[in-house]
Design a protein around this ligand. Structure first.
Ligand code: FMN
Length: 777
């Protein structure tokens, strides 16, 4: 590890003469970094690949900023908004000359702090009082407007066969939605449009000296117009709209919501709600049409749209970078930064960081963690309008895929308004054959709509069509399914212990099944399903309904159950159908040449899957315990003598897992890793539960959790994104970090020591023992 303060980069011969403020020579790559050049404009993450790999933070002499490129570092910077102040987020990246400044002054331009660039302690009280209209519940009212506008604009060009999506729709619709949301009358749209472009160039671009004056006039006009509109709103403060909401809040909290604040927010709000969404959708359409298989998948299954939106925001979002000011000496990526250093945190580069997103450059609309992207920022300053943007993008994509599924990109070279932060092509030309418009055959398609979910996408919506290639009994009551991709493409790789979620036709059920084939085989997946005698419907459906050749919707794979490949010895224990994940793990241990034993128990040999295969593969590493044959696993004897470095990895019936838990009590912490196939969680009984509050450290919020709500539900209602999957305390997806307060754990994922450590919890089921918990969210 580098000593903080010493430069982590071996500049060597590559170093050029200039020197960073910490005295370190600037590397050739850093010296050449030009955020206004074509390389950065066309593809920021690609342009910064070298930095992510070799010099994750570097000083750009041209900008006078430190440039940060990796995911964890950028998230940590967002998390600590005291050390890394947002105060320079809207500062002009290229300072304007005296003439332009005089022009701005002549308009009385007095852009003040807004939510985006304000420090604590002023920021959070304002954010809290202005937040309510952004919650998913409140945003529902805007959905019909977005749908209607989308329909109207597409109507205008649907018969022409060619359109520039930006000029003919994507610029104006988000602007109109922004105006609706803010409560602004729709007049002056063209003027506002020109002004808001000027504002981007003024703040994030590098206007030439002769352009600066014209830009300053436009920004000055924008400022004055915003003031006039706000005055108009004061006449009718009960009208719907965020600004009117702000005016009403001003009455209650005059010291928090000031006049100058509202004036600045009005202008910043238009830019924030308009350009970001317009650009994000333009990027998304370009990306999707450049990946016809992804576009096709959305046309066939609109349920994929919410996650596709996240993947578009990750892969090619409309906010490429953001800024922070270092307020006290800090160490980032091993480099000591003095107070006063300016940071350009390139979120678009973080979104392509292999350390966080597997196969990061791959555009995969089914990506499990797509919504972890940092395009909306993170923490106390996370984009408040994120769910409005998501909703708009979903509506646009839903309408385009339904009404113009045969659309394709026309030949063109994409151009961008040069600036460091806001990014989207100025034009996206598309073409199609109007004679093939589906609504000419079926006019109802014009009005049809898929319901959308406001908020972050649910993992439940991301499914992958697979085909049942083979169905084969592998033991009494157990059938093995071999599944291949419906489009014949390679399947994602998975780690032993991973499971998939199988959607059981139209029963409304989905069930988890562990992958038990060869993880390296990207052509097929295998699962083995036991028909439960008291089936709630899932396993009965698999056994009773599925046939070879059927299409199956599957989600995942997900990996919450992992073995430690660095353990000195692995003891695998499987009971009954619990052999499925364990067999994949044992195969891996064998491949890696690790020390391991496999203990496999069951009642009847005939009801135990894969006995012969396991014997052939594992030989003497395998111990079989067939109770009807008089051999039972004595867990206490197996684990009689605690030993360091051993990991026990188990899956099977509750009784077996409990016995293992008991036997491991005297063993080193976390010796045992288990997976439960069924939950012990009852339904939430409001009569028995207590309310509590959670304080969210990273976002600065306090959220009440009612007795009839889970923590997960309360977080989502307050606009906080948390992943989830099974929502039964089984899978581990919704884990959140706990900083203070005692947790009442209800899941079956955490081990005893993990529970006792009290530093994380499953938001879907666990609660507080007391009145309050503090979470790292
Ligand atoms: N059941 C199996 O038969 N085979 C499996 O490989 C399997 N893996 C599972 C993995 C996980 C993570 C979980 C939570 C459960 C797993 N199950 C497995 C249990 C099934 O998901 C399901 O609960 C079972 O088929 C009974 O469903 P039913 O009552 O609807 O029939």
């Amino acid at each position: 590890m580098n000593q903080p303060g010493s430069c982590p980069v071996a500049h060597g011969a590559a170093a050029v003469s200039s020197v960073a403020p910490n005295g370190c020579p600037v590397s050739a790559g850093a010296a050449a970094f030009d955020p206004f050049g074509d390389g950065y404009q066309q593809d920021p993450p690609e342009y910064l690949r070298w930095a992510r790999e070799q010099e994750p933070i570097f000083y750009s002499p041209q900008l006078g900023y430190w440039v940060v490129t990796r995911y964890e570092a950028i998230k940590a910077i967002f998390r600590d908004n005291l050390t890394f102040s947002p105060s320079i987020a809207l500062e002009k990246i290229t300072p304007t000359g005296p003439e332009a400044n005089a022009v701005l002054a002549s308009y009385g331009y007095a852009m003040n702090r807004t939510l985006v660039n304000e420090d604590e302690p002023a920021h959070m009280p304002r954010r809290r009082v202005l937040m309510e209209p952004f919650t998913p519940e409140a945003l529902k009212h805007h959905e019909p407007v977005v749908r209607e506008l989308t329909r109207m604009y597409i109507d205008r060009f649907i018969d022409s066969g060619r359109a520039d999506l930006v000029d003919q729709m994507l610029w104006e619709v988000p602007l109109t939605v922004a105006l609706h949301f803010l409560g602004v009358p729709e007049e002056d749209m063209d003027t506002l449009r020109r002004y808001s472009i000027a504002h981007t160039v003024n703040t994030w671009g590098r206007p030439r000296p002769e352009e600066q004056v014209a830009v300053a006039h436009a920004v000055g006009n924008f400022w004055q117009l915003a003031g006039q509109v706000l005055d108009k709103m004061r006449q009718n403060p009960d009208a719907p709209g965020w600004m009117q909401y702000g005016l009403r809040q001003q009455k209650l909290h005059p010291e928090v919501v000031t006049d100058s604040y509202l004036h600045s927010m009005m202008m910043a709000g238009i830019v924030a709600a308009h350009e970001t969404t317009a650009n994000a959708t333009a990027n998304a359409m370009k990306l999707l049409l450049q990946h016809p298989e992804a576009w096709q998948a959305l046309c066939e299954d609109p349920g994929l749209i919410p996650n596709a939106v996240e993947e578009c925001l990750r892969h090619n979002g409309s906010v490429a970078a953001w800024r922070r000011l270092v307020t006290q000496e800090a160490v980032v990526e091993g480099v000591r930064l003095p107070a006063g250093s300016k940071l350009l945190i390139v979120t678009s580069s973080a979104n392509h960081d292999e350390r966080h997103f597997g196969d990061a450059d791959l555009f995969d609309i089914r990506r499990e963690n797509a919504s972890d992207h940092l395009t909306f920022g993170y923490g106390a300053h996370q984009c408040m309008g994120k769910n409005l943007a998501r909703m708009e993008m979903q509506v646009f994509l839903e309408a385009f895929t339904r009404r113009l599924p045969h659309m394709r990109l026309a030949e063109q070279r994409f151009s961008y308004v040069p600036n460091t932060s806001f990014r989207g092509p100025e034009h996206v030309w598309v073409e199609w054959d109007p004679a093939q418009n589906p609504e000419r055959r079926d006019p109802t398609l014009r009005e049809a709509q898929t319901p959308l979910r406001i908020g972050e996408p649910s993992a439940h919506a991301i499914s992958r069509p697979l085909v049942v290639q083979a169905l084969q009994p592998v033991a009494e009551g157990i059938v093995q399914l071999t599944l291949t991709a419906a489009d014949g493409r390679a399947l994602p790789r998975w780690a032993p212990g991973a499971h998939i979620d199988v959607v059981c036709g139209d029963t409304g059920l989905s069930r988890q099944y562990s992958l038990c084939g060869d993880p390296a085989d990207a052509t097929q997946w295998q699962i083995a399903v036991l028909r439960e005698p008291h089936s709630r419907g899932g396993s009965a459906w698999v056994h009773g309904q599925l046939k070879v050749g059927d299409k199956l919707q599957v989600r995942g794979p997900r990996s919450h159950f992992r073995m430690d490949e660095s353990a000195a010895e692995l003891v695998f224990v499987a009971g009954g159908i619990g052999i499925t994940p364990i067999s994949a793990m044992a195969r891996r241990a064998r491949q890696l040449g690790l020390r391991y034993t496999l203990h496999y128990c069951g009642r009847l040999r005939a009801s135990m899957a894969y006995v012969n295969e396991l014997q052939a593969l594992h030989g003497e590493h395998l111990q079989l315990y067939v109770s009807e044959e008089g051999r039972r696993l004595d867990v206490a004897a197996l684990l009689a003598t605690p030993s360091a470095g051993v990991q026990v990895v188990a899956c099977g019936p509750e009784r077996l897992l409990q016995a293992l838990e008991q036997a491991c009590e005297t063993w080193p912490a976390d010796t045992l890793r288990v997976e439960h196939f069924s939950s012990t969680l009852g339904t939430l009984d409001p009569a028995k539960e207590r309310a509590f509050e959670v304080e969210l450290k990273d976002s600065g919020l306090v959220i009440p959790v009612r007795p009839d709500q889970t923590l997960l539900q309360a977080l989502r209602a307050a606009n906080v994104d948390v992943q989830s999957d099974c929502e039964e305390g089984l899978c581990g997806s919704c884990e959140v970090r706990v900083l203070a307060g005692q947790v009442d754990h209800r899941d079956v994922v955490l081990t005893r020591t993990e529970r006792e450590a009290n530093d994380r919890m499953m938001a879907c089921c666990s609660r507080a023992c007391g009145d309050r918990l503090t979470l790292a969210l």
